[in-house]
Design a protein around this ligand. Structure first.
Ligand code: DHB
Length: 459
């Protein structure tokens, strides 16, 4: 699996009046025993001027950070991406790959297996933890070829949104952990390291085994839901149709039960804020953890120059009225938000196995299951939750993590990213965490700021 620096084309793309000329090394297999060869390959893009002795933003062919976004959405398969239009954003939006090249980064785009894929025998090939294992294998390929790969392999920065944000957070917290080794061996990943320097995570759909209780803790007061029902096509593109309604009596009961579980979980984490203040919740779900979120949202409002006096659910001291907050942003999902009692959610599909499309991944939903849906292997569920590895000495961690979770995001509770950020900070990692005002479930909307952050940690 030697990288061939001579095997490239020169490409030129112009967007917004800016032209980027780059070398494209494409369709490079990153494992020797691929299960799905079309999805276990990567592309490397390098500013052409680096091959003519020039520098960009004081980076060179040797020193440029390696920006490594994944294109995963909905835990679906992701193909190699090219500099061009963004897949999941407003039509016409230019993707991070183009802007990263323009900024002087080397860009690596891995294709990654996803939950819906099957082989010729009809067996599923992309169930958990395939998406993470592929991302790791792609990084291992870069390290195994460190001397040949353009850019600085000690400065790999992953980036992703939603399910892809979750993967980025896992890349940052599970480095070289032995639990993933058999999966990596199985596909013939390089015998190197999956070390990354930093991770950027937009609205990570993570901590899936506690996301249902967090969701009901936040949204319990809302008996109505409204959503754009997303159907993922096989090309990984979403299509939408509007749907809304009232929670049933049974769902209202599930919401109560799940809400009651969240304080027990939150308190078990022994979280502290940056001033060492303990973050707790009482039985009603109130307490210092709410104050922590209030401060986060106050900082967000201030950064956006929003007059807090105009926000009915937040005051200038950061006191947060959760019921008012969620009435404003509204509920998207029905309880349980992730581990569906019918076993029909994207996450149920993620935790299937090669024979079985969908499984439960929480004992709660398993016990409340309608029908004959099995419970996933707990060791597999564990592999996809970064919270399990932050304190594990066998896992390396990235040095820097940036998490953005929009203030209007309803796909998962704000508590999920807050817990992750707090836990990471407590373990000594440099964390940059914000909840940008007015932002819904989205990513890559502040690339200039992201690149400023990357430059600040790399230089
Ligand atoms: C994504 C969004 C979700 O609401 C979810 O449950 C899983 C994944 C996504 O956009 O990737």
């Amino acid at each position: 699996m030697l990288f061939n620096p001579e095997n490239y084309t020169i490409e030129k793309k112009t967007f917004d009046g800016l032209t980027v000329t780059y070398r494209a090394f494409t369709d490079i297999p990153y494992v020797t025993k691929p299960i799905n060869p079309d999805y276990q390959k990567l592309a490397i893009y390098v500013p052409e001027s680096y091959y003519h002795g020039q520098s960009i933003n004081s980076y060179t062919l040797e020193t440029a950070p390696i920006f490594m976004p994944n294109g995963v959405g909905g835990y679906m398969p992701s193909e190699i991406e090219e500099p061009g239009y963004a897949r999941f954003a407003k039509p016409g939006t230019i993707n991070s790959l183009f802007w990263a090249l323009h900024h002087g980064y080397v860009v690596v785009s891995p294709a990654i297996r996803g939950r819906t894929q099957k082989n010729e025998e009809g067996l599923f090939t992309g169930k958990a933890p395939a998406c993470l294992v592929d991302y790791k294998a792609a990084v291992r390929y870069l390290h195994a070829n460190a001397n040949l790969i353009p850019g600085d392999t000690n400065k790999i920065i992953t980036n992703g949104t939603s399910a892809g944000g979750a993967l980025s957070s896992l890349m940052a917290t599970t480095i070289d952990h032995p639990n993933y080794q058999t999966y990596l061996d199985e596909i013939g990943a390089a015998d190197s390291t999956d070390m990354i320097f930093a991770a950027s995570c937009y609205c990570p759909i993570t901590n899936l085994d506690h996301a249902d209780m967090a969701y009901e803790w936040q949204f319990n007061s809302l008996p109505r839901y409204s959503r754009q029902k997303m159907v993922m096509t096989d090309g990984g593109r979403p299509s939408f149709s509007a749907e809304d309604g009232d929670l049933t009596e049974a769902q209202l009961l599930l919401s109560q039960q799940l809400k009651a579980l969240f304080p027990i979980y939150l308190n078990s984490l022994h979280l502290k804020d940056s001033n060492d203040k303990v973050l707790l919740l009482d039985k009603e779900g109130k307490g210092s953890f709410v104050d922590y979120l209030g401060k986060l949202l106050l900082t967000s409002a201030q950064k956006a120059n929003v007059d807090v006096a105009t926000v009915p659910w937040l005051d200038e001291s950061g006191k947060l009225d959760i019921e008012g907050f969620v009435a404003d942003i509204t509920r998207m999902k029905t309880p349980p938000a992730f581990d569906d009692i019918f076993g029909q959610s994207p996450e149920n599909d993620l935790f299937g196995d090669q024979n079985m499309p969908c499984k439960h991944f929480t004992t709660f939903s398993y016990e409340h299951s309608i029908g004959k849906v099995e419970l996933a292997d707990t060791t597999v569920v564990k592999l996809l939750n970064p919270m399990n590895y932050i304190d594990d000495e066998k896992a390396g961690t990235a040095q820097h993590i940036r998490i953005r979770h929009g203030q209007r995001d309803r796909d998962t509770s704000l508590a999920i990213s807050a817990i992750l950020a707090t836990k990471l900070r407590q373990s000594g990692i440099d964390v940059d965490y914000q909840s940008p005002w007015g932002v819904e479930h989205a990513g890559d909307y502040d690339l200039e700021e992201l690149f400023t952050w990357i430059d600040s940690i790399c230089k």
